[in-house]
Design a protein around this ligand. Structure first.
Ligand SMILES: Nc1ncnc2c1ncn2[C@@H]1O[C@H](COP(=O)(O)OP(=O)(O)O)[C@@H](O)[C@H]1O
Ligand SMILES: [Mg+2]
Length: 373
């Protein structure tokens, strides 16, 4: 093997840190010349000013210097042409055109929308924690923050201000706590900018976030839906007909009535309603241990009962997550309680719900997830 070939071989073992494909496969290696003990290498970046440049330089240098007879590297970064970028996108998408991968026949990703009748019931907090808990169990998990008006997932996941790396339209979801996260917030010029979309545009935004993100292989995608029975829930059902729904409610009976409506829409759209989670349930007084039902009681059971009657099948109460200051503060600090206070009652309750949702503890790639309840 010539030294040029040996360097190419070494570079074929270096991966793009975000696309997780080898530099040679992606066509990033522009040229290799050997000059005495020095390898002159030009590598093309998919985007100029790639944030991963330092990491790449390190990995490339290490790999090349392992080649026999080479003692130095002269590495230059260049930028890809449009045509080269198009090729990268096509490779990464497995040759397919832009599609929603989860809507394709044979998709192994379970897509679950987290819905609620009204805002403030803890839907986003639960979405974040369920995702992190599932990732902790070895699943490959993504969150799509589809609550375009009230997106709170970036804060909950400690990703405020983080912008995804983009190759033209395609972008790579940032990862936090092992979860790939996409939120409308990541595309706003200013955090404080309001997002105001009418239904049809909203549908397109959801479609784009689903198809333009390079999700990779996922076992589970959770969508934090806007509260209520709005356009977006319907769009989800249309875009991914196999998607399922979890309904979140507080223990208040009044809240339960509103929550049912979210389940009702899902049922009308032929989506499976997986179950109900009651959030902000009774918690023991830290001083005397007496149960305090801050938000009343019975809402979870009531929602489960009414939805079961509606769909003519069991819509179980998947669990109750108690009112919990650590869940609240974990959210504010961007450290989901399941990753921080793993032994707290709320973290345990969330882990138990995830257990019910997914049967197998390891990555389920290649296996469609079953339901145990
Ligand atoms: N189990 C809980 N215990 C205490 N506070 C909670 C709990 N769940 C959510 N919260 C708090 O309630 C507020 C609303 O939660 P959020 O997840 O944003 O609700 P939604 O997405 O339904 O609007 C947040 O301040 C959150 O920290
Ligand atoms: Mg929310």
């Amino acid at each position: 093997m010539s030294q040029v070939e040996a360097v190419r071989e070494a570079l074929s073992k270096v991966q793009d840190p975000e696309l997780h494909r080898s530099l040679t496969e992606l066509g990033m290696v522009e040229s290799i010349d050997i000059d005495g003990g020095t390898a002159r290498v030009t590598v093309l970046l998919t985007i100029s000013g790639c944030p991963m440049q330092d990491r790449l330089r390190e990995d490339i240098t290490k790999a090349v210097l392992e080649v026999d007879g080479l003692s130095a590297i002269d590495l230059t970064f260049g930028a890809m042409s449009q045509e080269q970028r198009d090729k990268v996108k096509s490779i990464v998408r497995g040759g397919r055109d832009k599609v929603i991968p989860f809507a394709q026949a044979g998709s192994l990703t379970r897509v679950i929308g987290v819905a609620s009748g009204k805002g403030g019931v803890g839907k986003s907090s639960l979405t974040a924690n369920l995702a992190v808990a599932a990732a902790n169990k070895g699943l490959r998990v993504g969150i799509l923050d589809a609550d375009v008006y009230g997106h709170s997932i970036p804060r909950l996941m400690g990703l405020i201000g983080v912008r995804p790396t983009a190759i033209d339209q395609m972008f790579i979801p940032p990862v936090a706590f092992g979860v790939k996260v996409v939120s409308m917030e990541m595309f706003k010029p200013e955090r404080a900018d309001a997002v105001a979309y009418r239904g049809p545009l909203l549908h397109r935004v959801l479609e784009q976030l689903l198809s333009d993100a390079h999700w990779g292989d996922l076992d589970l995608l959770l969508l934090d839906l806007p509260p209520g029975t709005g356009d977006l829930a319907i769009s989800l059902a249309q875009l991914i007909p196999t998607s399922e729904i979890i309904v979140v409610t507080t223990p208040q009976i009044a809240a339960a009535e509103v929550a049912e409506r979210a389940g009702r829409i899902a049922h009308q759209m032929h989506q499976r309603v997986l179950g109900v989670i009651e959030n902000m349930s009774a918690f023991p007084c830290p001083k005397c241990g007496e149960e305090i039902s801050l938000f009343g009681s019975g809402g979870g059971e009531e929602t489960s009962k009414v939805l079961s009657q509606l769909v003519g099948a069991d819509v179980p109460l998947l669990g109750k997550v108690a009112f919990s200051p650590e869940l609240r503060s974990g959210g504010d600090d961007g450290h989901p309680v399941v990753s921080l206070e793993t032994e707290s009652a709320s973290a345990r309750a969330i882990n138990e719900i995830v257990e019910k949702l997914v049967v197998r503890p390891k990555s389920l790639l290649g296996v469609r997830l079953g339901i145990s309840s």
